[in-house]
Design a protein around this ligand. Sequence first.
Ligand SMILES: [Zn+2]
Length: 342
Amino acid sequence: MTIVLQLPRVKRNRTERPQKCKYCEGETFQRWGGDKKDIKDTKIKTVRVYRYKCTECGRTFRHYPEGITNAQQSERMKKLAVVCWSLGLSYRSVALILSAFGVNVSHMSGWRDVQEEGKRIRRRLKWKPARVVGVDGAWENGTGLMIAVDLGDGEPLSIAEIDEKDKEEVEAWLKGLVQRHQIGLVVSDDLATYKEITDELEIGHQVCQFHVRRWVGRKLRELEEDLPEEWQDKLEDVRRLIDELPKDGGKDMHEIWKELPGRTTQRDEERTPLETFREMVLRLSRDWERYIEFYSDPGIPWTNNQTEQIIGKMKNRAKRVRGYKSSEGRLIGSLIAAQSWK
Ligand SMILES: [Zn+2]
């Protein structure tokens, strides 16, 4: 497999004339002299920049070649610095790597490049439509975070400092996202909060089946030992339904629930294994529609795997920076760490 990292192109000069005046949108210009400009780049050391005068408003402006701005570094250099940083290098190490290409920059310039790129990513994401979105909570150096990932292209949409257990904050955050990005369905683990919120916002909900299999599997193994012999085949039926996930499995679950005897213990008494089993079956039958949304649309994954991978990348980056100094820094750092750079 070949991995290709695409960096912006940089040209020595610009042959075509400007299309529009950046001040007044005028379309006719006079060339108003040119200058050589020294730049910091891996391949090109000097570029030619022409000035133009707008015949409408009389103002002059520089017309930069591709990959060049009024900054000293080329766009290619800035991107390289950002990518090195996202892979885990410190700003000092980034400056060291760039020096191997004959480019001398201070470690602060790497920091500025990262901030600039982070802001650019945020502007681009602000109104980006995202039909199917993975949502999950994480802890990073003692701070609770909520992450939303566009599962269409695997790009993170939002990272917020919110504790997943704080239902009101999670709901307000998710509501804003649903409106801005026109989200139609959320993929999450099966915390009750997500069920309530997706119902309230009237959007689709797919519960990650890795999570369901994990907790149901664990519970079934416990019950296997304690459940009376005569109910063991029902336990097998539940296991098979979860394993095969048939579309109408919710009905089958409900049938099993009806066959199980009702509660005999008091409220404050510990439930019998059979009662625990019955409660679990009821929960599975109620949530079944959230397990099988993925059958209706190939754009819906049946797990939240992609979101968890992004969280893994963010955590890796956070470990190496030894904690972000501000929320803004964390947001930018995490967004950049989660990029795939293809
Ligand atoms: Zn003009």
